[in-house]
Design a protein around this ligand. Structure first.
Ligand SMILES: Nc1ncnc2c1ncn2[C@@H]1O[C@H](COP(=O)(O)OP(=O)(O)OP(=O)(O)O)[C@@H](O)[C@H]1O
Ligand SMILES: [Mg+2]
Length: 256
């Protein structure tokens, strides 16, 4: 696992200050811009055990907090990931928190404000989070716009850090670091990304991410013809509309 994070907007400082001041942090940014990578890197830096929870609309509070299980003749309680994180003072990462149902998120309110406590109603137990516990959530404002919003009372419990894709020089260096393409190929991929990101008229739900560039670079390094790698790694990933795919392929042809 690589443990490098390239900063764009003081991400490491913001994260550390939140940690030392026991404030929860919300990472906002498009897909593949490094949210999960930042959390991973910070867990290592702060020497915290990382517990990740991917939220979706079926996530129930029992999934997060825990439930009774029947084992033979007994029923035993099993902590969910949030409870485990609080008990052990871990770094809790709630990925795509806006996807979770509102009542589930609201159950975490006492944990994400000054109280820092988790109430388990099934056990009638309140757990106080130790000093090392930190809650980080992620949210993608792009495609969730107007679709799923976080309640203000949830939002205002978190410090917010807006994340975005790197500039072309930093992104090109990152591609070089993560793959074994030539510096020329890395630079061309980063330049291509900048061009695609400026194309608002394509109505792409999400534009080309660093993740796509890294994947494409791996195909190129493995010997795939760069244009073909760009078609399958970028153009055909971003859209299902034949005209838009054609336009993206034209841009790729111009770049390589
Ligand atoms: N600033 C950055 N520093 C280091 N690596 C980065 C950065 N931005 C993106 N990456 C790399 O890009 C890829 C995607 O990043 P990551 O998985 O963290 O995205 P994400 O924001 O969590 O996306 P999603 O919302 O889809 O989960 C990873 O390989 C990651 O290492
Ligand atoms: Mg992620």
């Amino acid at each position: 696992m690589n443990n490098y994070f390239c900063e764009r907007n003081h991400e490491i400082e913001v994260f550390e200050r939140c940690y030392y001041n026991q404030l929860p942090l919300m990472l906002k940014g498009p897909t593949g811009c490094g949210k999960s990578q930042l959390v991973q890197v910070m867990a290592e830096r702060l020497k915290l055990h990382l517990i990740k929870v991917a939220c979706n609309e079926d996530t129930s509070s029992a999934d997060l907090l825990g439930r009774f299980l029947i084992k033979g003749a007994e029923t035993i309680w099993q902590d969910g990931p949030v409870t485990r994180a609080v008990r052990s003072g871990a770094l809790l990462y709630l990925d795509e928190v806006a996807e979770a149902r509102e009542d589930v998120v609201v159950a975490l309110h006492p944990l994400t404000d000054h109280r820092r406590e988790l109430y388990l109603d099934r056990l009638n137990e309140t757990i106080q989070a130790p000093a090392s516990f930190m809650c980080v959530a992620s949210f993608n404002p792009g495609y969730q716009q107007g679709f799923k919003e976080l309640k203000p009372s949830t939002r205002q419990r978190f410090v917010s850090l807006v994340m975005d894709y790197l500039n072309d020089e930093d992104e090109s260096n990152l591609i070089l670091r993560l793959t074994e393409v030539s510096s020329n190929e890395a630079r061309m991929l980063a330049k291509l990304a900048q061009k695609i990101r400026l194309l608002a008229e394509y109505n792409l739900k999400e534009t080309v991410s660093t993740r796509l560039l890294v994947n494409t670079a791996k195909l190129i390094h493995d010997g795939m013809e760069p244009r073909r790698a760009g078609y399958v790694g970028i153009a055909e990933v971003l859209s299902d509309d034949p005209e838009i795919i054609r336009a993206l392929k034209d841009l790729i042809d111009l770049s390589f």
